[in-house]
Design a protein around this ligand. Structure first.
Ligand SMILES: Nc1ncnc2c1ncn2[C@@H]1O[C@H](COP(=O)(O)OP(=O)(O)OP(=O)(O)O)[C@@H](O)[C@H]1O
Length: 245
């Protein structure tokens, strides 16, 4: 049987930060390689400072790596995210790759429901339908109806996070990067998030996530990479893991 082709192939990826004020370099991670396929859920583990967030941000291309490749099979063809033009990265972020952090980038005077509906509007969904779905997801994540038309800049940390998740997960993407998305969520919202991730995974969305309480997503995990020990674990067959760190 031929192995399914990858969505993401990370090859010998390394990120170093230059600490100008100290005139020194800090190695966040190096030699990271793995493949990710449709519908796979990869958990990133490691101690504080092991490089988990930095790896996600490098794949998302907030950071440029100092070495390696991030081959991504987009709907427009294969592209190396490590070397792609900013304009291509912007397009992929709009259409195919999602990134959820614990922090909402709240824009002034934009209502919660409009923030959540925006990805659907950009995808051509009508205003009425997009708002309907936005309210559905705000409700699923436990945002009170009286807040739907309010501005999230004044929301609590957990409420902002719920708006963030509703927006990020409203439209299935090919690749989803999650940086501690459960950090400030209550139990109800955590359960809603896990249900939504299971649903997206079954639709073929490939997911890479960092979770401080991985037990939350235990049922979804296919593979793990530990950036502290460079160990790789494959749920099904450790010997056959196509991950080489
Ligand atoms: N912009 C930056 N400039 C300089 N150093 C940075 C920068 N971002 C991260 N680092 C350093 O890179 C290392 C990895 O940080 P990172 O945030 O990726 O770790 P992490 O594994 O996500 O940690 P945690 O579990 O604490 O969130 C840390 O030592 C951090 O200080």
């Amino acid at each position: 049987m031929t192995a399914p082709s990858f969505i993401l192939r990370v090859q010998d990826l390394a990120k170093t930060f230059r600490m100008y004020h100290l005139d020194s370099m800090l190695h966040a991670f190096e030699g990271v390689s793995f493949d990710l396929h449709e519908g796979e859920f990869l958990l990133l583990r490691g101690h504080n400072g092991a490089g988990k967030s930095t790896l996600l941000r490098t794949i998302w291309r907030s950071y440029l790596p100092v070495a390696g490749h991030v081959f991504y099979r987009s709907n427009h063809g294969e592209i190396d995210l490590a070397n792609a033009a900013d304009v291509d990265i912007a397009l992929l972020r709009r259409e195919e790759i999602g990134f959820v952090t614990q922090f909402l980038n709240a824009r002034p005077r934009v209502a919660a429901q409009d923030i959540v509906a925006e990805p659907l509007r950009l995808a051509g969904v009508s205003q009425a339908e997009a708002l309907d779905q936005a309210r559905h997801w705000l409700d699923q994540f436990g945002v009170r109806p009286e807040l739907w038309r309010a501005y999230p800049s004044t929301f609590s940390g957990g409420e902002q996070q719920k708006v963030n998740l509703a927006r990020a997960l409203i439209l299935p993407q090919k690749l989803l990067l999650l940086d501690e998305p459960t950090a400030s969520l209550d139990a109800g919202a955590r359960a809603a998030l896990i249900r939504r991730l299971a649903d997206l995974k079954s639709q073929g969305v490939a997911i890479i996530g960092v979770f401080h309480h991985p037990g939350d997503v235990a049922t979804l995990i296919d593979r793990e990479i530990n950036l502290s020990t460079r160990a790789v674990a494959d749920e099904e067959n450790r010997e056959d893991a196509d991950v080489a760190l």
